[in-house]
Design a protein around this ligand. Structure first.
Ligand SMILES: Nc1ncnc2c1ncn2[C@@H]1O[C@H](COP(=O)(O)OP(=O)(O)OP(=O)(O)O)[C@@H](O)[C@H]1O
Ligand SMILES: [Mg+2]
Length: 408
């Protein structure tokens, strides 16, 4: 008899909380300690989670959010996009946090000041959809925003932090996909946080993003590295990966043979999203109340096909030929970071100059990033394997002959 699809404990998706959050205890413990410090009026760094696609950044971010809520913090979250306006976003999340701290009718000194700053930012930056309504007594004396984002954001964060302190609560602002943040407003945000940190106010930022986020932050402000406690999350260790599959099944009364777990870990290399997909297929294939090695061996090719169709193909589907060739050349060299010169050689070139734009376009798409100067690496695990299986290695064709070279 097949296993009950209703009790299938696996969660292959984006940001879906797994039945067991495996291997992230230390991260959670450290985050809790930072909240506790802030609650006691001590300084603590902000939190940054970085990692490849599908390693569980969003899930961890949400777990941190739940922990903060449990400790009675105000938590407001936002996912950035390539086209978003960070300044407007900041104003919106700050406004939301302020309203959660207290309704305008009961605003006191610091809350009023934060409200007034938001109102003036709404006007001077023409932020749509904010509609800050000030208590009647305050209308008219809204402080004019300076028009300098760094100054205005600093004032806003200081006022929000003071408002939180006044209400004896903490505020956590959470940003997912921080790699999309434009440099200038991000610099304003970091400058504001810098001032908040100097006053030990109970306001903190928790952010997640692809590995390039660190570079984006460093470009936004030289001291950002010190403002954030950065944790790189990645594949789970073998033991944690096995637990991620075995424990949720055991909770449903289903045992998984150790050989099946080993096969799943070998196949997925411990990447959380791949593990969930593998578990999901095991559940569908198994019969009785035991998942066997044979089930795992049969699951492999099905998982491969499912991932190829769902996870990888849409990343290469509409890619201009030059970009696809570049990725394919990278894949030829393996899964690790590669020197631009070596990629050029694989493309049949004697220098990387002709493919510089192609490389930049791929970075903008978020498919690769530069872990250090002159190197490129994939942001998607096992992407190299997919590319090698699906595309032939081809030489670079100069732009004047290629119809569809790198896009903008
Ligand atoms: N610690 C974990 N243990 C088991 N499964 C996990 C863990 N973390 C995440 N997952 C699972 O992995 C998948 C990916 O998680 P999530 O969406 O948080 O990744 P992500 O890093 O945010 O990916 P992306 O970069 O694409 O946004 C989900 O199916 C989730 O259930
Ligand atoms: Mg995510």
């Amino acid at each position: 008899m097949a296993l009950d699809p209703v009790t299938n404990p696996y969660t292959p998706g984006a940001g879906q909380r797994p039945a067991l959050l495996s291997g992230r205890d230390q991260e959670l413990q450290d985050f809790r300690a930072r909240l506790q410090r802030l609650e006691r009026g001590r300084a603590a760094q902000c939190t940054l989670i970085v990692g490849l696609r599908g390693v569980g950044k969003t899930v961890l971010l949400n777990t941190f959010g739940q922990e903060a809520v449990r400790r009675d913090w105000v938590v407001v979250e936002h996912e950035l996009t390539a086209r978003g306006d960070l300044l407007a976003t900041l104003a919106r999340v700050a406004h939301q946090a302020l309203l959660e701290l207290s309704p305008p009718s009961r605003w006191t000194r610091a809350t009023r000041r934060a409200g007034a700053i938001l109102r003036s930012m709404e006007i001077s930056y023409e932020i749509a959809g904010l509609s800050v309504s000030l208590p009647t007594a305050d209308v008219g004396d809204a402080l004019p925003a300076s028009g300098d984002p760094a100054r205005d954001v600093t004032e806003l964060l200081l006022a929000l932090g003071s408002a939180a302190a006044e209400h004896q609560r903490g505020v956590t602002l959470m940003f997912d996909e921080l790699q999309f943040a434009p440099i200038e407003p991000l610099g304003a945000l970091v400058a504001g946080l810098h001032k908040v940190a100097q006053r030990d106010l109970p306001l903190t930022i928790v952010a997640a993003g692809l590995p390039q986020t660190r570079g984006v932050l460093a470009e936004a402000a030289t001291y950002s590295e010190r403002m954030f406690e950065t944790r790189t999350v990645g594949a789970l260790t073998e033991a944690d990966a096995k637990r991620a599959l075995a424990e949720p099944a055991a909770d449903e009364g289903v045992a998984i043979a150790d050989a099946a777990l080993s096969e799943a870990v070998r196949f997925t290399e411990g990447y959380p999203f791949f593990l969930q997909v593998f578990g999901d297929h095991l559940w569908r294939l198994a019969s009785g109340d035991r998942i066997t090695e044979d089930d795992a061996l049969r699951a492999g090719p099905m998982v491969r096909e499912w991932l190829d169709r769902g996870f990888f193909t849409f990343r290469t589907d509409r890619l201009p030929t030059a970009q696809r060739r570049y990725l394919r050349a990278m894949a030829e060299l393996g899964s690790h970071e590669q020197a631009s010169g070596d990629i050029a050689t694989a493309l049949g070139l004697s220098s990387s100059a002709p493919v510089g734009q192609t490389r930049d376009a791929l970075i903008r798409r978020g498919l690769i990033y530069s872990p250090r100067l002159g190197y490129a690496a994939f942001t998607v695990p096992q992407f190299d394997d997919y590319l090698r299986r699906h595309f032939e290695l081809e030489a670079h064709v100069p732009r004047r002959r290629a119809a569809d070279d790198s896009d903008g």
